[in-house]
Design a protein around this ligand. Structure first.
Ligand code: SAH
Length: 411
């Protein structure tokens, strides 16, 4: 359990849904199409093939859902009565449950969203406002199976992939809360797929959700403002390069295989050289792409020495050469965010600055990511769906009681 301190009991979950908004639980038994699962292409197909309607009707409904946050077909006033009735029969708009939401002292805001029919799987979504922009950090899986040694999400294990509706639902819930109106009131300007989970292991649902983020009928974000972060699944990076032109971030964290293998088990399958080569291919596949961001979490005494900085600078120079592009590789340094039970520590500020200086002096564009929202455990690597933990603990508690012959009486 991370250090949030809240306890979430089941039941009841305080649902903060407006009148007329269908919750996940309410939709449990229905076989209707959840329109949040569909991007423009899917919506058009559904309207033409299932409803026998024209394409532009699909566009109208997308605007109601993603621009005005209306989920009740009865309120979609520019649709005829017949179509509204048909929609009610065949479709629905089901959004995640807000289990709780919590603002941080620095303006960061975190939501714990209940997913799935029982709502017991929860993921975290974080909004990070900054000068002139608002970034949403979105989760792609409940838990994560990659087991990176320094990440809090790893400690809960992998539960399941999120559906497209559950991914875009995170954007829907937060955008509605923020009063975001695409192309008019821009509170949400960037999305980073850097929440819980490995997005490339949930490829189709993530790509479809990113389509909706980038569509004018959805959230209207420019492709370069939607970033997918991966721990380095090489074949999937190649697939991504042909299917979408979002920005790519790589969780590198170490400049050589020996160290990276200790931090990220996946490195044994896809070592650094192969990973870098796939990033070169990613840039080459689309002329509009001009850089890849490499994330590097600085852990005291682990990967933060001058020798690591020099090796990283060398790796970046090699990358620029291979891509035949100046500053093709950008480095984003992340001060390690601690969580209960971790053996790692954050590098001291002066070491972080020295690491950055060494890279900058070698001509590598290097930023230090400001730590935001750490007072609510919303910083990188601190996200963890607590509800599942709690249910697990409850199950464990019950089991122990049963072992002692107390049975259900005390549960
Ligand atoms: N699985 C994807 C998406 C997660 S992104 C990926 O690995 O890229 C979350 C980012 O925060 C990743 O770069 C991750 O390596 C980093 N991170 C994980 N734990 C962290 C921690 N405790 N402190 C700082 N950064 C961390």
């Amino acid at each position: 359990m991370s250090s949030h301190g809240e306890q979430h009991d089941f039941p009841p979950i305080p649902l903060k849904l407006a009148e007329g908004v269908r919750s996940v639980a309410a939709a449990a038994a229905s076989a209707k199409r959840n329109l949040l699962d569909l991007d423009r292409e899917g919506m058009e197909k559904f309207f033409v093939e299932t409803l026998g309607e024209q394409k532009f009707r699909a566009h109208q409904v997308m605007k109601w859902i993603h621009h005005r946050y209306v989920t009740d077909f009865g309120q979609m006033t520019d649709l005829g009565k017949g179509l509204r009735a048909k929609l009610q029969e065949h479709a629905e708009v089901v959004v995640p449950n807000v289990v709780f939401d919590k603002p941080s002292a620095d303006g960061t805001h975190k939501w714990l969203l209940g997913m799935g029919v029982d709502g017991k799987n929860a993921v975290e979504t974080v909004y990070i406002p900054d000068k002139g922009r608002g970034t949403l950090c979105v989760s792609s899986q409940v838990g994560c199976g990659l087991n990176c040694s320094f990440c809090s999400t790893a400690t809960q294990g992998f539960n399941r992939n999120l559906s497209t509706a559950e991914i875009i639902g995170q954007v829907w819930i937060t955008a509605r809360h923020l009063g975001n109106v695409p192309a008019q009131i821009r509170r949400l300007t960037n999305v980073v797929m850097m929440g819980m989970g490995e997005p490339l292991l949930n490829f189709d649902n993530v790509v479809r959700a990113m389509n909706i983020m980038r569509d004018d009928l959805g959230y209207g974000l420019a492709s370069k403002r939607v970033t997918l972060s991966t721990s380095g699944l090489v074949p999937m990076i190649d697939r991504l390069s042909t299917e979408t032109d979002v920005a790519l971030a790589i969780s590198l964290h170490a400049p050589n295989d020996e160290l990276r293998g200790q931090l990220i088990p996946l490195n044994k399958k896809y070592p650094v050289a192969e990973l870098m080569a796939s990033c070169v291919r990613y840039l080459r596949a689309n002329k509009k792409r001009d850089s890849v961001t490499f994330e590097y979490t600085l852990m005291k005494g682990v990967n933060d020495g001058p020798e690591h900085a020099r090796q990283l600078a060398q790796l970046m120079r090699k990358f620029d050469n291979a891509a035949q592009l100046k500053n093709a590789g950008k480095v984003n340094l992340i001060p390690f965010n601690p969580f209960p039970g971790t053996g790692y520590e954050r590098s001291p500020d002066e070491d972080i600055r020295a690491f950055q200086k060494l890279l900058l002096d070698s001509g590598v564009l290097t930023m230090v990511r400001r730590t935001r929202g750490d007072d609510i455990d919303a910083a990188c690597g601190q996200l963890k769906g607590q509800v599942m933990d709690r249910t697990r603990r409850q199950a464990e508690f019950k089991r122990r009681l049963q072992e002692q012959g107390v049975g259900d009486a005390a549960a």
